[in-house]
Design a protein around this ligand. Sequence first.
Ligand code: ATP
Length: 423
Amino acid sequence: MQKIMALAKRRGFIFQSSEIYGGYQGFWDYGPVGVELKKNIKNEWWKTMVYGREDVVGIDASIVMNPVVWEKSGHLTAFTDPLVECKECHKRFRADHDDLLKAHSKEHNNKTEWTEAKTFNLMTEVLLGTTEPKEKSYLRGEITQGVFVNFKNVIDSTRVKIPFGIAQIGKAFRNEVTPGNFTFRSKEFEQMELEYFVKPDEKDSEKTYEKLKEIRMDWYKSLSMNPKKLHFADHAHDKRAHYAKYATDIEYEAPFGWSEMEGIHHRGDYDLSNHGLKYRDGVTNEEYTPWVIETSGGVDRATLFFLIDSYTEDGNRVYLKLNPKIAPYKVAVFPLLGNKPELTAKAREVYQELKKSMVVTWDDRGNIGKRYFAQDEIGTPWCVTVDFDTEKDNSVTVRDRDTGKQDRIAIDKLQEYFQNRLR
Ligand code: ATP
């Protein structure tokens, strides 16, 4: 983890929020390279979960909603974690995080006395309006509710019919008791979710649940995450969230242990019933409350686990073996030497041309070895070098990140070369 965190900062993936003022616990900023990685992950998710399907549409709901939403959803009473306090130093921890409790106990020679566990609500309050007392609302604790409150709007404005899904990506906020493990548990984070509405039927809904589990697991594997580090962990009955009929997590084996990356939940009719929403079948006129199967992934957790998973040390070479689809830059273009105007001019031409169809970066600092080193650390799959032969053969050297192998490719074949490899 230390190596990943150092690399993330050094190369511009992730910085501490407000770092110049000492940071702010539970908040993180994505740098120039990190923002690209995160954006690519979200785009790949949207491609699979929305564009790749005929039965899913997207929305983008507001972060702050009418506080009644949170009353009805059960979050104001049930969105809680058990909290205990160390009687000596008054530090607070989640009562169900045994590892953290043990670690803290050691600080007091294993003699820590804890208070009784209290329920602690995770919703973040915001105060709005111009008159005192200001009106209290909340930053959404999950993006899900924005979908349910738009259920009728989506049906009325589109041609969706049950079964169908509504997808959304956006920020959520939780006043976590113990944020930590880098971005894994933050107070502000992004979620990517599908709420899939089905007819209330035990067998059929279970089939959908199983299918969605498979689709989500395959997605991580299709983006080259190591299958040996992925598994499902079913929730025991007493560990389920307040809304879940049954639930499983896709977990990743992080350096800090198997950890939840995405939850797949059968929410039954819990939410639509709470909001008093029903569905009327346009053909049979039958009216019922649909059931919901949800896939809820964390964008930041996926980003962190893709970083961890792709981190590779090979002798003294370090590189991120990111799938080219999510790599921040697809290609880096260099002139062999930075101080030869004729090389630079030609390299700029190649760079501008490639830029039309993919995200490309430029580097003409230092020597070529240093540039390879830098691109490896941010996971750029291919480096293109314009050298003295380019003038003669109209070709460039393309170096592969994973193998280090170099190919000589004609400039007019470059687009095709990369597009074939990005499919
Ligand atoms: P945990 O048990 O780790 O607190 P959860 O079960 O409460 O997570 P869900 O409510 O199911 O999480 O949220 C769905 C997804 O949102 C999680 O799988 C995770 O990827 C992401 N997520 C939830 N809380 C956080 C957080 N504090 N920081 C970053 N991502 C989060």
